[in-house]
Write a protein that binds this ligand. Structure first.
Ligand code: NAD
Length: 431
């Protein structure tokens, strides 16, 4: 067996502050591969996505003009099972981002113990400036273009940033029409009445808090005496904040792309959710806290910080050395650069990495897919209990791996995933 050899230059110059998510993923992959002396062949397979599809989607806009959007689906690995991963709508969507997100899905599913590989999709668009009809046409065109890529046993999409149950319903409908048979298992995160699972909407944020509480127990932090700050107030951020509150933490800061709010007495989260739901999904104009900057929010004096918005929020160049939290729990994918990780570790800050912390969503997506295939639907308490147990097991596994190899939780999480995927790649063989 030849062992992976990462170039000396990479090995000695230390982690970079690169905001290219794929480079950030590769840096962590390299480090984990070095620690476990990963087989060079497996390393090469894991470094390269197995399939990359780019499509042009001409869409008729409401004013009659045609606009051409770019859509992606990148399948990183199918070693452990059909590929799984969300679809993101954002102007920032680009191949490097989708490639990284797809690889993180491979790691995430392996860490959670789910029999899936990893994929991700996205369309470069500004959904906030589009009408519902335009979004529907775009989603249907994307589904049609990907209809031979998607498949219940091949590749199963789900929601991500700026997509939710409505987009999933359009995908089910379009795919079912093209294939000629109702196929709810083609996506997860569907509305309940179309075969969605109870607990799916809350699953990611709920899992973020389960993993945070596991970490707090290890760090001997009493949730009832702790404060928390949450960046992002969409699906993941708002549910994370609400579950922190339920667990006894005082949430003193929240934010979205329109503003950040601080209240030392604790934010009234029910009011914040009501405000967001009444004001086109944004916190702008919220009166329950002092308006602060995003920079101030991330560096507030709080015990727990949960970045739940987007990539590259904690960087060496900007704020890593100013972070005051004792624990960071990554609800978002890729919020911390590799160099920032190093700074946080030196400061003694524990980071529960994205590939572990936000795995609750894909775990319940897996339960949804199982329910669609068997036709038997679980109660919400059954789903939540199972998902919480899976998250706890995944956390303990990563924690023990970190102790064993004396590495951060992030590198430990990559190691857990690599060891599982390596076995599958070797057992399945190649040409
Ligand atoms: P969402 O679209 O529901 O919400 C995103 C939130 O982030 C919004 O409140 C938005 O205003 C805010 N935001 C965007 N840019 C920001 C900025 N610069 N500063 C502060 N806030 C900003 O998306 P989501 O589903 O909650 O996803 C958030 C993150 O969690 C993404 O990284 C996504 O990949 C990850 N994630 C989501 C799921 C899921 O089940 N939805 C699962 C795993 C990981």
């Amino acid at each position: 067996m030849s062992v992976v050899k990462i170039s000396k230059k990479t090995a000695t110059s230390g982690p970079t502050d690169s905001t290219n998510p794929f480079e950030a993923m590769i840096e962590r992959l390299n480090e984990a591969a070095r620690v476990i002396k990963l087989d060079e062949n497996v390393y090469q397979v894991m470094k390269n996505p197995s399939r990359q599809i780019v499509v042009s989607l001409p869409i008729q806009m409401d004013d009659g003009s045609i606009r051409v959007f770019e859509g992606y689906r990148i399948i990183h690995s199918t070693a452990l099972g059909p590929s799984k991963g969300g679809i993101r709508y954002s102007m920032d969507v680009n191949p490097e981002e989708v490639k990284a997100l797809a690889a993180w899905m491979t790691f995430k599913c392996a860490i959670a113990g789910i029999p899936y590989g990893g994929a991700k999709g996205g369309i470069t668009c500004d959904p906030r400036s589009m009408s519902k009809g335009e979004l529907e046409r775009l989603t249907r065109a994307y589904t049609a273009a990907m209809s031979d890529i998607f498949g219940v046993d091949k590749d199963i999409p789900a929601p991500d940033m700026n997509t939710g149950p409505q987009e999933m319903a359009w995908i089910v409908d379009e795919y079912s029409k093209i294939k000629g048979g109702f196929t709810p298992g083609i996506v997860t995160g569907k509305p309940l009445f179309l075969g969605g699972s109870l607990g799916r909407v809350e699953a990611t944020g709920r899992g973020v808090v389960v993993s945070a509480l596991q970490a707090m127990e290890k760090l001997k932090l009493d949730p009832k005496k702790c404060t928390a700050v949450v960046q992002g107030f969409g699906n993941v951020g708002s549910i994370t904040a609400l579950h922190f509150q339920q667990a006894g933490l005082k949430v003193i800061g929240i934010s979205d792309h329109t503003g950040a709010f601080y209240n030392e007495k604790g934010i009234d989260l029910q009011k914040a959710v009501a405000h967001r739901d009444k004001h086109k999904g944004v916190l702008k104009g919220f009166k329950g806290g002092k308006l602060i900057t995003n920079e101030q929010l991330l560096t507030l004096k709080a015990d727990v910080l949960a970045p739940c918005a987007m990539e590259n929020q904690i960087r060496a160049a900007t704020n890593a050395d100013k972070i005051k939290a004792k624990l960071i729990v990554e609800g978002a994918n890729g919020p911390t650069t590799a160099r920032a990780d190093e700074i946080l570790t030196k400061k003694g800050i524990t980071v529960v990495p994205d590939v572990l912390a936000n795995g609750g969503g894909v775990t319940v997506s897996y339960f949804e897919w199982v329910q669609n295939r068997t036709g038997y639907y679980y109660r919400e308490d059954e789903i939540n209990k199972r998902a919480d147990n899976w998250m706890k097991k995944a956390f303990d596994n990563v924690w023990e791996t970190a102790q064993k190899h004396k590495v951060s939780l992030r590198i430990a999480a990559y190691i857990v995933a690599l060891e599982k995927v390596e076995k599958a790649i070797k057992a399945r063989g190649s040409y």
